[in-house]
Ligand binder design. Structure first.
Ligand code: GLA
Length: 403
């Protein structure tokens, strides 16, 4: 739980003056793994762990940024050359670069970054930082921006400035999270529909394997290329297919017989995952949690065998969960190669499931994991001064909206 009074004090000490405070949550995705960049559908929740950006306007156009996690301060002018390799500051500079294309008077800023979202754990720490920083820069510019446009600007920062070709799910989840709800997102139209989750019946347990996804960026971009290639091959016979969203596995199965085996597997994961995510939404609408859980577990198996983005630790975490009472379903979440699993657990057993999963994982791997019952929380926004001193994960929505 973050003590913002301490962060404000730190801000005053480093930069002088009173900051405004902006927050954006991380996310877990219940199902729809690697579908967003195929223009498919996803079902994330915004989690009760957030990134906070404390911000104050400067008189020049520079960005001075302090990261509490890295205990490092850096200062940049908009004319500085772009960084050659990704660095924590690139996410913030990228957002400033992206917004500067749309907001004529983007001021310089002193920014202090504090985050409860663990880095490299598949909970979307980067999108939380991008969206919180974007809100801060817009807030200081006294400029409103539609939240879908903000999400797109943040994605552009990550794609074109940082060099990670992520989809739009994480940024949309941070911008549109709703307490107690999963978000049904169509990644082609960008329509977002909140779907309530009955917390009296099920709980979402997030389990961090504590293995960072070191391969994520290069392998992620590679998966994306493979999907594009598969779609291009399909187009030779089905010209109207733009992405793998536009075709089903039974339709590709025959025509992909001569494809390289890897490409075929990638296409099978994406097209069958689309079918699963639709079935999962029907299940959630009917509060049929057995079916939802089963689909989540099938999604994990497909990500493991066909998409090949899991890791031994993720598989161990899922295998242990499958043997615990209260278990309904589990899968890896995020890009993969490490990070977290998301578990659907019967509400009455969640309190025993959680420590037992942690205990057994540690016994098997000698790594103490971070396992907790997570609540679907609200979207990003600016905190009202009355929220400064006791702001903690999952607190009420920001009272000042920038929309
Ligand atoms: C990462 C990306 C998202 C999404 C997931 C996989 O978190 O940032 O855009 O593609 O991986 O579902």
């Amino acid at each position: 739980m973050l003590a913002l009074s301490h962060s404000r004090e730190e801000f005053r000490r480093r930069f002088g003056g009173e900051p405004r405070i902006f927050r954006a949550p991380g996310r877990v995705n219940l199902i729809g793994g690697h579908l967003d960049y195929n223009e498919g559908w996803v079902l994330p929740i915004a989690v009760d762990r957030s990134c906070y950006v404390l911000a104050r306007r400067r008189n020049d156009l520079n960005l001075r940024i302090y990261s509490a996690h890295f205990d490092e301060t850096l200062e940049f002018s908009p004319d500085d050359p772009r960084p050659v390799a990704a660095h924590w500051s690139s996410y913030v500079r990228g957002v400033a670069w992206s917004l500067a294309g749309e907001v004529p008077q983007l001021p310089g800023a002193d920014l202090l970054i504090e985050s409860e979202v663990p880095l490299g754990a598949g909970l979307s720490s980067s999108a939380a930082l991008e969206v919180a920083a974007g809100l801060a820069l817009l807030g200081l510019a006294e400029t409103a921006m539609d939240l879908t446009a903000l999400a797109l600007a943040c994605q552009r920062a990550e794609n074109e400035y940082v060099g990670m070709r992520c989809g739009i799910m994480d940024q949309l989840a941070a911008c549109f999270g709703r307490q107690g709800c999963a978000l049904w997102i169509d990644c082609r139209t960008l329509a977002v529909e909140p779907l309530p989750i009955d917390e009296n019946r099920v709980r979402i347990v997030v389990a961090n394997t504590m293995v960072k996804h070191a391969l994520a960026s290069s392998e992620y971009n590679q998966r994306r290329r493979e999907c594009e290639e598969a779609a291009a091959r399909v187009r030779q016979t089905h010209p109207s297919v733009r992405t793998l969203r536009d075709i089903t596995w039974p339709e590709i199965e025959g025509l992909s017989c001569s494809w390289p085996a890897t490409l075929r597997r990638r296409a099978r994961h994406i097209t069958t995952e689309i079918a699963r995510v639709h079935a999962a939404v029907d299940a959630l609408r009917e509060s049929d949690f057995e079916s939802l859980g089963r689909l989540m577990s099938e999604s994990h198996d497909s990500l493991d065998s066909d998409y090949q983005v899991t890791s031994p630790e993720l598989n161990t975490m899922v295998a242990i969960a499958r043997g615990l009472s209260g278990f309904l379903g589990a899968r890896m979440t995020g890009g993969g190669f490490g990070g977290c699993t998301v578990n659907l657990v019967r509400a009455e057993q969640a309190e025993t499931f959680t420590p037992e999963l942690a205990r057994r994982y540690q016994a098997d791997t000698s790594r103490p994991p971070d396992v907790y019952i997570c609540r679907a929380s609200d979207c990003a926004g600016e905190l009202h001064p009355s929220q400064f001193d006791d702001q903690a994960a999952g607190s009420p929505p920001a009272e000042r909206s920038l929309q």
